[in-house]
Every structure is written in structure tokens, then in C-alpha cells.
Design a protein around this ligand. Structure first.
Ligand code: SAM
Ligand code: ZN
Ligand code: ZN
Ligand code: ZN
Ligand code: ZN
Ligand code: ZN
Ligand code: ZN
Length: 485
């Protein structure tokens, strides 16, 4: 099966097609309804559609594949259902949480956490885990309240990891949202933010905030009850525990007593912007349905993603803007803040909240640009010619008069190509058509959108991201990727 998938992906581009997820004919893998893809580009299979797993970038984790026009025999269907069932978690959410309650009532010396199985174990179960590595000390109540510190970040051999916020970023996010008056935070793929909220509530230092975590990592069922955690797939808006989870989710979105809701999400990078945006729109529609808001209202959202996805996110959510704040992670040597790590973090906040209301920390060099009416990073100098603070990566960009826009400091204007590029760019062969808007009908010089502040639209990124999603091949740019089991 994997071989077919590789061949399909290798021989051209791929487009994802959004379907109505309530459509019962969509085939399912263990991660819920599969996504529908269409082959683009050249080759004999152009236009042919197929289904593949929505959640796993690495086909070793889930190799689900089916041509859309393929007839599946009854026997194969049954075998597939059986396989999906066999991949289900050991216990139901309710059972997991009942175990947790019992577990915390045990004396400290009887509490163990099996590192190999990533599960809390009772004395009667120790024998079954006899050969496994386990933690037997320090499984304190305090530690159980920060499960992200107890659980190993999901990781596979290709260094796909769960990237957890550094405390600096986590507290910045929470303080900023509290400052804006939000009382309910929907944490989508942000377990560390969720637990920090709970922790702060217990300390009683800041106003009490409600939090609901939606994540595909069901290990969290062990620590959070059904009104605090839903096992969820954000690529197909699928709740694994169906009705119970959906009810809990809908209840959370109801702004009873005027408690304002905001959603914060930090999805794995994989280029699948379209299905993510579709899920977040579905959430926003549910929020709308359960609250008395105007037709044009959108649920307040913060989507944490690398800056180079800006054009694609804005395409899906035109009301969003990208903020300069650099999100910092704990378990990634590349993305540490400031000079200590090798690089500055490429991860930013995209939001439909008003940028001028989001005060970025002065002690980290951010300042307010009164022309742009937003906080910008230290190196991001306002360009009067572009009428914006143009830097995306935090470095000081330079205005090129020939290109009519600001460019990265490492770029130089190349007269053969007619635009700025890195000094060692493949001269003359890099791009056909317009460098600014991607159109094949004109060159940069004649671009009607030349003074438009958008980044150039690179034609292939969607397909690239997706083929990586399916094959697990990585592109240099999209290094932060991880896989979830
Ligand atoms: C980059 S990590 C973000 C963690 C966040 N920075 C934090 O510290 O809380 C991505 C998160 O999304 C979750 N995730 C990955 N794939 C998912 C999917 N298909 N649906 C829902 N959650 C997913 C992972 O389990 C992980 O918690
Ligand atoms: Zn799958
Ligand atoms: Zn074990
Ligand atoms: Zn400015
Ligand atoms: Zn400029
Ligand atoms: Zn130039
Ligand atoms: Zn050139």
C-alpha cells in the first residue's frame, strides 16, 4: 500500500479537497474520516482522486490509502473496521479518568508510571510491566498536574516531536489573553498551555480561567476528565468519543454569563493549511450557533504557525494578521529565543484579534509602530516607501527600489532575473512568470500588484507540504514536523 502512495506522490503535485465530514461514505482509518486528495500537474493520473490518512505525515504511522473510485469488497471493509478497532486506546476516557482518581488516592510509594507504556500503573499491574522502565519516585500530585513534564514528547525516528512551549511563551500567551478579558480558552493541540491554566487556577493568583484541551494525544485522558479534554483530530474536525465529546465541546463554547471564549491552536507543521482552516471554521460556526452574535462575527482565534505560511493562512482567513511575536519552544535546540539558540524562532501568532491590542514584551525588544498600529520586533524598521514594517523573520529588511519592496538583508538585486535573490541563486532559471504574484502572464516589472505587501506566492509549496505529509519526506524549510500515534 505504501508503495502506491509513494508512486502517487512522487509523480506530481497534490491538492486536498475539503468534504463535508458528516458524509458517511468517507472511508475511515483509525484517525477518523480520511482526507480526499487530487493529483494535479502532469502525468496520466492527473485529476485522479484518492483518500489518505488525515493525521499522519509519516506513512509508517498510518498507511491508509484508497482510490476514490475504487470498489471495496465487504471482506476488506470488515477487515479495515477490525483493524481500526484494534488500534483504539486500551481504556475509554471515562475508564482512564476513573483510574486517575484511584491512582491519586494511593500512597506515594504505590504510584508508578510505566515509561515504556506511558501509563499510570497500579500495584496489581506491576508484574505485567516487570521488564519495562518505570518511574516509581516522585509521582507526586504536583507532577501529575503537569502531565506534559511526565509524558515523553511524541517522537519518532525522523525527529518528529511534540514541541512544547517554553514557559516564557506560555505565560506570555496566558497573560495576554487574561489582559484582553478572556475567561474560556479552547486549547487545540496546546497541552502545556492547558495545564499552565489549570495550575494558575489552583494557585489562585490570577482570575479563574476555564480551559478545554482538544488533542490527538489520548495519553492526556489519563489526567483530564471529559470536561477538560477531548480526544480530537484537528485535520478532519473529528471527535473520537463522538457524542460525549461533542457535547462537552459545544457546552464549552457557550459564553454563559458573558465569559468570553478564545481558541489557541499550535498544529504540527505539515502544509495542510486548508483542512486545518476548515476545522477552525467549523469551530467558529459552532461558537456562532451557540451564542448570540452578529452574522459577521468570528470566534476569536490564535493560530500558531511559521511565518512562511502567512500567504496561505491569510488566503483561508482574510481577517487574520500575523504578529511579530516569536514563539519559543522547550524541546527544540533550533527554535530557542534570542541569541542562545542557533536561530530565532520562525513561529508566529496569526489572529483575528486586533493587533494593536496585543502588547508584545518590551524587555524582549518589541516596540509599537504607530503607523502600522501594532507591536513589531526590534529589527523590524518601518519602511516609508512600502508604508509598513516589512520584516517577517525579525531581521532588518532593506528596500529595493527596482523591486519596489523590502527584501531580506541577505538578498541582492539581480538584473538578469529582474528581482532580488540570494547571491548564489540559480540565475535565470529560478522562476518563470512573476516573482511577486506568481502569475505566468507577466514578469515582475509589469506586475499590477507590485506594491501589494504580500510575500511572493510560491506555486509548489502546497504540493510540497502535502507530499511530505504523506511520504514523510521533509523539505529543509519545514523542519518542525512531528507525528502522532
Ligand atoms: C507543536 S505541538 C504544540 C504543543 C504546544 N506548543 C504546547 O506546548 O502546548 C502540537 C500538538 O498538537 C497535537 N496534534 C498533533 N496532530 C494532531 C491532530 N491531528 N489533531 C489534534 N492534535 C494534534 C500534538 O499531540 C501536540 O500536542
Ligand atoms: Zn490514519
Ligand atoms: Zn509498561
Ligand atoms: Zn510600521
Ligand atoms: Zn520598503
Ligand atoms: Zn530588487
Ligand atoms: Zn539572477
Amino acid at each position: 500500500m505504501g508503495k502506491i502512495l509513494d508512486d502517487v506522490v512522487d509523480s506530481g503535485g497534490i491538492e486536498v479537497i475539503i468534504q463535508n465530514e458528516s458524509d458517511k461514505t468517507i472511508p475511515r482509518c483509525q484517525h477518523g474520516p480520511a482526507l480526499l486528495f487530487e493529483k494535479t500537474g502532469h502525468g496520466k493520473e492527473k485529476g485522479r482522486r484518492f483518500y489518505a490518512c488525515s493525521a499522519c505525515r509519516d506513512r509508517k504511522d498510518c498507511n491508509f490509502f484508497q482510490w476514490a473510485d475504487e470498489k471495496i469488497s465487504e471482506a476488506r471493509m470488515l477487515a479495515r473496521e477490525e483493524q481500526n478497532r484494534s488500534k483504539m486506546p486500551l481504556f475509554s476516557h471515562q475508564e482512564y479518568f476513573t483510574r486517575f482518581r484511584e491512582f491519586v488516592s494511593l500512597p506515594l510509594e504505590q504510584r508508578r508510571f510505566c515509561v515504556d507504556c506511558q501509563i499510570l500503573i497500579f500495584p496489581g499491574e506491576w508484574a505485567n510491566h516487570g521488564k519495562h522502565k518505570s518511574l516509581s519516585e516522585d509521582v507526586t500530585v504536583q507532577r501529575l498536574k503537569r502531565p506534559s513534564l511526565l509524558l515523553c514528547p511524541l517522537d519518532n525516528k525522523k525527529s518528529n516531536a511534540q514541541y512544547l512551549f517554553a514557559d516564557r511563551s506560555c505565560h506570555f500567551l496566558l497573560d495576554m489573553l487574561l489582559g484582553l478579558g478572556f475567561q474560556k480558552i479552547l486549547c487545540v493541540g496546546t497541552p502545556r498551555l492547558h495545564e499552565v491554566i489549570k495550575f494558575r487556577n489552583m494557585e489562585g493568583k490570577s482570575p479563574t480561567v476555564k480551559s478545554l484541551l482538544l488533542d490527538i494525544d489520548y495519553r492526556y485522558c489519563q489526567f483530564f476528565d471529559q470536561d477538560e479534554f477531548c480526544h480530537y483530530n484537528m485535520f478532519n474536525h473529528h471527535f473520537f468519543d463522538d457524542e460525549e465529546a461533542v457535547t462537552s465541546f459545544q457546552g464549552f463554547l457557550r459564553e454563559e454569563g458573558g465569559a468570553k471564549v478564545v481558541m489557541v491552536t499550535d498544529p504540527p507543521f505539515g502544509g495542510l493549511v486548508k483542512p486545518l482552516a476548515n476545522s477552525f471554521s467549523q469551530m467558529s460556526m459552532t461558537w456562532k450557533k451557540h451564542n448570540e452574535v452578529s452574522d459577521a462575527a468570528e470566534m476569536p482565534m490564535i493560530w500558531i504557525f511559521p511565518y512562511f505560511f502567512e500567504p496561505r493562512i491569510l488566503e483561508c482567513f482574510p481577517s487574520f494578521s500575523m504578529l511579530d511575536y516569536q514563539v519559543d519552544y522547550d524541546n527544540h535546540p533550533l527554535y530557542k529565543h534570542g541569541k542562545k539558540g542557533r536561530k530565532q524562532s520562525p513561529v508566529r501568532l496569526f489572529t483575528n484579534l486586533s493587533p494593536k491590542d496585543i502588547i508584545l514584551p518590551e524587555d524582549e525588544g518589541y516596540r509599537f509602530c504607530s503607523v502600522c498600529e501594532r507591536f513589531v520586533s526590534a529589527g523590524n524598521k518601518h519602511c516609508p516607501k512600502c508604508d509598513t514594517c516589512p520584516s517577517k523573520d525579525g531581521r532588518e529588511w532593506r528596500h529595493c527600489d527596482e523591486c519596489g519592496r523590502c527584501v531580506k538583508p541577505s538578498w541582492h538585486h539581480c538584473s538578469s532575473c529582474g528581482h532580488c535573490a540570494l547571491p548564489d541563486h540559480p540565475c535565470g532559471q529560478s522562476q518563470t512568470g512573476c516573482f511577486n504574484c506568481g502569475s505566468q502572464k507577466h514578469k515582475l516589472r509589469a506586475c499590477p500588484k507590485k506594491h501589494n505587501k504580500r510575500m511572493p506566492v510560491s506555486g509548489g509549496r502546497g504540493a510540497q507540504g502535502l507530499s511530505k505529509h504523506i511520504t514523510g519526506k521533509s523539505t529543509a524549510k519545514n523542519k518542525r514536523k512531528r507525528t502522532v500515534k
